[in-house]
Design a protein around this ligand. Structure first.
Ligand SMILES: O=c1ccn([C@@H]2O[C@H](COP(=O)(O)O)[C@@H](O)[C@H]2O)c(=O)[nH]1
Ligand SMILES: [Zn+2]
Ligand SMILES: [Zn+2]
Length: 626
């Protein structure tokens, strides 16, 4: 069993990047169980990506999400060509979070140095910014100085500014809005809004949506004299609006107050789910998941020469879109929506391209990824993980959950200051810092970033009375401090809120996320329920369990046997320092906090030594498949 062509997963080459996922040919006996039928094309058709987080190499261990950015580039080009042939419009949109999740984006000194040039080889029509472009000053500046320039008026950052070192002022990263006319004559006004994010470095400013809508440029844009056939609202926000997440509603209300009947089509993100929300009979919003697992599709018809400048095909593929946004809609607008699994079989199926799918550009991008991965040693194997450990497919206290199974033993073993090794210690982290499941088999340099991508420094307060330290976890998870601070965040349930953002847990409410290894029959995967029901997934899957997890975890080491220590070293990520201090209460201040090992030892640095320490069995013969 080895190599690409024999139907088995090969072992990961120790230093070389080899493609673990076979390049599937349609019709092959093990081709995935595929799409349920052709996409429904409308007069205007959108493909949507969001929260790609650097996964441009595709999911090397999950065949169902195995396409890479080169395959995606080919797919988008073919879809654009198909739209031209049908005489309809096609727009490709992205709604941000381009870093933090994979080695390709995060193993460079400045995130994105290698991944961003590859990302931007795909020709997007509209893009907006995510919170992950704003945590780190150098990344925010990279977006401002390089990609905003490159993408020009296609990059919409209506409420985000970055400090310009040259002018010494905060300036919009990209354009505030864009008015343009599509190939087929649809006159579009587009905006790009980020949720009320407060975790940005001081290199940027995020203007709250409620303030942004009062700004002159926004009011001028919605009161423009130019004809607008369609508003397109991009945003790094969940499309499902709640009291805590209402950026879209805020902007939507302003537009609707002026344009009673004009369609508003929305593209969201940030909560990492597949979702589709109906706002009214002329407005719908889609969210296309995360991590290059999902490609969102929305098509829309109803344009005529009476209500728009549209001059393309009336019935793009001989059929007409028939589904209205609401059951009782009297508006002309009809829509379709679909969530596509990110694999070559899906891409080939929807372009009817069979063996001729690959394009020169796509193959070149794939080659660039392979070269970059090789240069960065991303395929280097550090250990052979004995089991698969997941974040939420089993309960939080199950031995196969990644927190008790890997994270806690790993920090206990590795996060140790030699000078204080005799002290009892408690380590606290936010569960949101652990980003992906860990698979049985080779644990590579890349997997380190996949599981724990952030550079959050381990900080500590020495000699904290145990009775104080032992209360912190419960208080953090209760989240009173965090809820006050992040009241505008999309919170799903009290018991599973990530108070720093909160949104990840919304997934619990909507869908079950699946792990897919091979697909010969219907397999576990996304089984989505949205405002239109359960027929949105392009490839049908059975769901898998998705347990809610608390927002924080704690691990204890060096405790005396059979009793509690009097004092402990309380260790935590700098990312949550503010909340730990608040929950410790009076008497604890920031000047008591210092770096635990050193100020460069971060959450990127404990998994690889752990793999080297604990997972050396079968290292030279480490199979990927379970
Ligand atoms: O330095 C960091 C930055 C972020 N996090 C975690 O990430 C989420 C936000 O991720 P999205 O993809 O925008 O949903 C944040 O809530 C933290 O849980 C981190 O741990 N460290
Ligand atoms: Zn994200
Ligand atoms: Zn986000």
């Amino acid at each position: 069993c080895g190599g690409d062509d024999d139907g088995c997963y090969g072992p990961i080459d120790k230093v070389e990047h080899v493609r673990l996922v076979k390049r599937i040919q349609p019709g092959a006996p093990d081709a995935p169980y595929g799409p349920k039928g052709p996409l429904e094309w409308g007069q205007i058709n959108f493909m949507h990506t969001t929260d790609t987080h650097g996964w441009l190499a595709g999911h090397l261990k999950e065949e169902n999400y195995g396409a890479d950015w080169g395959d995606f580039a080919t797919f988008t080009r073919r879809m654009r060509q198909k739209a031209d042939n049908l005489g309809v419009d096609f727009l490709l949109v992205d709604t941000g979070d381009l870093h933090d999740g994979a080695g390709l984006s995060d193993a460079t000194t400045i995130d994105g140095t290698k991944s961003m040039p590859i990302f931007s080889e795909v020709e997007y029509d509209l893009l907006t910014i995510g919170n992950h472009e704003l945590y780190v000053t150098e990344v925010a500046k990279q977006m401002f100085n390089e990609y905003a320039k490159k993408w020009g008026d296609r990059y919409l950052t209506s409420n985000v500014k970055v400090y310009n070192d040259a002018t010494k002022q905060y300036e919009h990263v990209g354009a505030t809005h864009r008015y343009f006319i599509t190939k087929q004559g649809i006159r579009i006004m587009a905006f790009g809004v980020l949720f009320d994010f407060t975790g940005n470095s001081n290199a940027s400013q995020v203007i709250k949506a409620k303030d942004m809508v009062k700004e002159t440029w926004f009011q001028d844009a919605i009161h423009t004299d130019k004809p607008v056939d369609l508003f397109v609202l991009l945003g790094h926000n969940p499309v499902r609006q709640t009291d805590y997440a209402n950026t879209f509603t805020t902007v939507w209300n302003e537009i609707r107050a002026v344009h009673k009947n004009t369609p508003i089509t929305i593209f969201g993100g940030h909560s990492h789910i597949r979702d589709f929300a109906v706002y009214d009979q002329a407005s719908v919003g889609i969210e296309a998941g995360r991590y290059c697992e999902t490609l969102g599709w929305v098509s829309q018809s109803g344009f005529s020469k009476c209500n728009s400048g549209y001059h393309g095909a009336k019935k793009p593929d001989g059929k007409k879109l028939t589904r209205k946004a609401t059951d009782n809609s009297t508006a002309p607008w009809a829509y379709s929506r679909r969530y596509l699994d990110w694999n070559r079989n899906t891409f080939m199926y929807h372009t009817s391209s069979n063996k001729n799918f690959d394009s020169q550009t796509g193959l070149e991008i794939t080659q660039e990824i392979t070269t970059a991965r090789k240069d960065m040693n991303l395929g280097e194997v550090y250990g052979c993980a004995p089991e698969t450990y997941c974040i939420s497919c089993v309960p939080f206290d199950d031995p196969k959950n990644i927190f008790p199974g890997v994270i806690k033993p790993a920090v206990n073993a590795i996060v140790l200051n030699e000078a204080r090794k005799d002290k009892a210690r408690m380590i606290i982290g936010n569960t949101g810092a652990i980003r992906f499941d860990l698979y049985k088999g080779p644990f590579t340099y890349d997997d380190n970033f996949v599981v724990s991508p952030f550079r959050d420094v381990f900080r500590y307060i020495p000699d904290v009375p145990f009775d104080k330290a032992s209360q912190v976890l419960a208080k953090l998870n209760k989240g009173t401090v965090a809820k006050r601070e992040f009241a505008s965040m999309p919170i799903a349930r009290d018991d599973c809120v990530d108070p720093l953002i909160g949104a990840l847990t919304l997934r619990d409410m909507h869908q079950e996320r699946g792990i897919v290894r091979r697909q010969e029959t219907i397999t576990p995967g996304y089984a989505t329920t949205d405002d239109w029901g359960t027929d949105g997934d392009d490839t049908e899957h059975t769901g898998i369990p998705n347990y809610s997890i608390p927002s924080y975890w704690e691990s204890r080491a060096g405790f005396p046997t059979g009793s509690d220590p009097e004092k402990v070293d309380l260790i935590f990520f700098d990312f949550i320092e503010k909340y730990v201090l608040q929950d410790l209460g009076s008497g604890f201040t920031s000047d008591m906090v210092s770096c635990y090992i050193n100020c460069t030892f971060t959450s990127q640095d404990f998994m690889l030594p752990y793999a080297k320490l604990m997972w050396q069995d079968n290292i030279d013969n480490c199979p990927i498949s379970a």
